[in-house]
Design a protein around this ligand. Structure first.
Ligand code: S3P
Length: 438
């Protein structure tokens, strides 16, 4: 494989063969965000290694810097001089969360409970994403939030209040929503409990415990009690399995692959991509399991595999929620039909990922049918597609997924909006070039 035009917004990915060798992927996006959130509201210093230098995480750093937190960054090492739970100062300007839903929703929760006024906005994609899911339960806790369309869209203006703890039965499994309510609960009166229909990623729970929060977990319920002090600590961020996922699928699909991805987070709430690929016949080995900063970590060995189509339910997809586009690419080259259902949430991610991946697959010659809550994809049985031009719609995970599809194309794929990869995986195209057999 080679890529042309890496530094422009449009990149042509040429066809390639297998992926070989050893690699690492940048730090986990969710864990990196949380290290800055909790480090900023803790007492003392938090030292983070392996921090993801993606645009989304830099948005979180900017937000807390604007609230007076001293944060220094040297590549992937970040030092946060925490201000304590109530030590943040009123931001003198609007907080711009860029493309980052996690920055926004977690901040709305935290800021609702702090004694000052703040306004949050973001880019065009983020300004179209639903905020009501976070705002409604916070209003029940006593929050004061105003915004467009009855506070369901950014910009949101928050006047901090003394909140009351509550028992919240969440209608959706969402880690951003759960985390927003728990962050509000840290400063609220009494106990705050979030009960999810299914367990979403649990990085907040794991990291809050490391920082000393009074938190307990029972099944799908998480409770936090008003906490006086969080204490800064050392956080080692593992590689992001959502970034590794592109290489897992790329290697499984291409002939002659033998790729070891080292130091990847394998939290049970995030390993859906491994389970789904195995169900499709993928050869993936989890090696050297260990723990770092309360999170399971391992190396992943992936080899060329003959993938078969599968039926994938919403429940199976939840621990692979961000991997929907790359799972669709795996399905595109599998033998037989893949049906993904129960994936309605994908319509409100960085793009409408069901519509956008359907458009991209059609553009390169893969037959598929978009459904309201999923997609049906006819696999090519490993045969390369012709290729063509696709638009990422500014969605980083669409751009990276289609780069992997290009390896199995005849003419290559021109990706428009390729610089969106910087949101979660700066250096993605260089990393791909390094492990591709010429
Ligand atoms: C995230 C939670 C998920 C995920 C997002 C990151 C997090 O979103 O899609 O990329 O860090 O909490 P939802 O909570 O909306 O499912």
């Amino acid at each position: 494989m080679s890529a042309t035009g890496i530094f422009s917004g449009s990149v042509l990915i040429h066809p390639g063969s297998g992926l070989k060798g050893e690699m690492t992927v940048p730090g986990d996006k969710s864990i990196s965000h949380r290290s800055v959130f909790f480090g900023s509201i803790a007492e003392g210093t938090t030292e983070v290694t392996g921090f993801l230098e993606g645009e989304d995480n830099l948005s979180t750093i900017s937000a807390f810097s604007l609230m007076g937190v001293d944060i220094t960054r040297n590549a992937d090492r970040v030092t946060i001089h925490g201000k304590g739970l109530t030590g943040l100062s009123e931001p003198a300007d609007i907080i711009n969360a860029g493309n980052s839903g996690t920055t926004t929703r977690l901040l709305v929760g935290l800021l609702s409970s702090l004694p000052f006024f703040s306004v949050i906005t973001g880019d065009a994609s983020l300004r179209g994403r639903p905020m009501k899911r976070v705002v409604s339960p916070l209003l029940k806790m006593g929050a004061s939030i105003a915004g467009r369309k009855e506070a369901s869209l950014l910009p949101l203006a928050i006047t901090g209040k003394k909140l009351k703890g509550m028992r919240f039965e969440s209608p959706i499994a969402s880690a951003q929503l759960k985390s927003a309510i728990l962050l509000a609960g840290l400063n609220a009166e009494g106990e705050t409990t979030v009960i999810e229909p299914e367990k979403s990623r649990d990085h907040t729970e794991r990291m809050l415990k490391l920082f000393g929060a009074d938190l307990s977990v029972s099944g799908n319920a998480v409770s936090v009690r008003s906490t006086k002090t969080l204490t800064g600590c050392k956080i080692e961020v593992p590689g992001d399995i959502s970034s590794a996922a592109f290489f897992l699928v790329g290697a499984a699909l291409a002939q002659g692959s033998d790729l070891l991805i080292k130091n990847v987070g394998v939290n049970p709430t995030r390993v859906g991509i491994i389970d789904i690929l195995k169900k499709m016949g993928g050869s993936i080995e989890v090696r050297g399991a260990r723990e770092a900063s309360g999170e399971p970590v391992a190396d992943l060995l992936v080899k060329s595999s003959s993938l078969k189509g599968a039926d994938i339910s919403g429940r199976e997809l939840l621990p692979a929620i961000d991997e929907f586009p790359i799972i669709c690419v795996a399905a595109a080259f599998a033998e037989g039909t893949t049906t993904i259902a129960g994936a309605g949430e994908l319509r409100v991610k960085e793009s409408d990922r069901i519509a956008v991946i359907s458009e991209c697959l059609s553009a390169i010659g893969v037959r598929n049918e978009e459904r309201p809550d999923g997609i049906v994809i006819e696999g090519t049985r490993g045969k390369p597609v012709k290729g063509g031009t696709i638009r990422s719609h500014g969605d980083h995970r669409i751009a990276m997924s289609m780069a992997m599809a290009a390896l199995n194309s005849i003419d290559g794929i021109q990706i428009e909006g390729a610089s969106s990869v910087d949101v979660s995986f700066p250096g993605f195209f260089r990393a791909l070039g390094k492990v591709t057999i010429a």
